[in-house]
Ligand binder design. Structure first.
Ligand SMILES: [Zn+2]
Length: 83
């Protein structure tokens, strides 16, 4: 894997974003929901950034999701984004 030119570390993403980064789907058969979620992430990050699938455990937080902008409190997973 080539080294990323830019890295943003210590971002915190929600469970839905974790599923999208790891599996490119939210895990249901609802592909409209998958596309809607992906659009939220692209709206925040553009096409160039790639959010690395988190490897650690989640922790409850009311911080906004850095991946999709969700304001819903819930589990957040710390990871980083590469450009
Ligand atoms: Zn999210």
């Amino acid at each position: 894997m080539s080294k990323a030119e830019n890295v943003i570390s210590d971002i915190a993403i929600c469970e839905d974003c974790r599923q999208m980064t790891a599996n490119a789907t939210l895990g249901s058969e609802d592909h409209e929901a998958d596309n809607a979620h992906a659009e939220k992430m692209v709206a925040l990050w553009g096409d160039g950034w790639r959010i690395v699938p988190p490897s650690g455990d989640g922790h409850f937080s009311d911080r906004w999701c850095d991946g999709c902008g969700s304001q819903l409190a819930g589990d957040r997973y710390v990871t980083e984004a590469w450009l």
